[in-house]
Design a protein around this ligand. Sequence first.
Ligand code: KG4
Ligand code: ZN
Length: 334
Amino acid sequence: KKDEIILAIETSCDETAVAIVKNGTELLANIVASQIESHKRFGGVVPEVASRHHVEQITIVIDEALNKAELEPADLTAVAVTEGPGLVGALLIGVNAAKAFAFAHGLPLVPVHHIAGHIYANRLVKEMTFPLLSLIVSGGHTELVLMEEHGTFKVIGETRDDAAGEAYDKVARTLNMPYPGGPHIDKLAQEGEPNIDLPRAWLEPESLDFSFSGLKSAVINTVHNAAQRGEVIKPEDLAASFQASVVDVLVEKTYRAADQYKVKQVLLAGGVAANKGLRKALEERFKNTGYDLVIPPLHLCTDNAAMIAAAGSVAYQKGTRADMALNGVPGLDL
Ligand code: KG4
Ligand code: ZN
């Protein structure tokens, strides 16, 4: 049987990424050209700047991935690409590059949902067993997704306002830290004590939804009130307290959902999955509970194309195809 080799392209936000994956799980190349340095001085991702970088980088990164895997386009089975959600101008660069590449080399084109990609990053680590629950925490999303089988997604909980990563980035900005703030707060939190009282949004007793905007405001108020009273708050303690608030709710609701839906496996996904406090708390909560908890390595948590190839492989096997009319869809539903 011939090997299935998928080249995947991801340009939904500020990483120009191309990966090549063999038979759905074997990583042959995983190239990520980050634009973080260019966006830092603006304190966040500037869509126009992101699009321009993608245009400059995309063909270089495709070539780099093929070189790394020591493959020619003729060796490929299909091209997968992130269709959405994301920044429309950024998505379009990847979608158009994928269409041109697929057309030029006579390859099938497979559209992939960005969040499905984040979930499927886990398949590069371990075989998926259903039903499974995935906690997706990124800069744009905070969702609990139930999967009964490959390729079916049911959102059973989601944020009603800010995404977890967005809250991290906004709080980091208040503390004058560079973008993206998540990793900085995470590091600072390890050095502090969670001794500042901050709210936890449990919402209605049965709800699996999240809310982080109240917490974000509470942190900002705490900083301002302390400044007015001339008090000094240790940034380490504030970071640790904020992180404890976020992590407590994420972990507890994930456990509740796993219990309620009697899943076999629990997967962590998205950029905030790189958070050390969250990884540790999830491991502790799920220890000796019978659930198979899978936490991907850091480089598969933040945006990359390996995850798009992994999800693309399953979609390809299921017969999902796009034609040359494929468009980037900024608000694409899972
Ligand atoms: O998945 P991702 O790379 O891009 C989106 O699809 O949004 O996630 C980026 C988000 C940013 O908000 C960033 O601050 C956050 O992930 N992040 C972290 C950590 N590393 C990245 N948040 C908390 N702790 C971290 N260690
Ligand atoms: Zn992402």
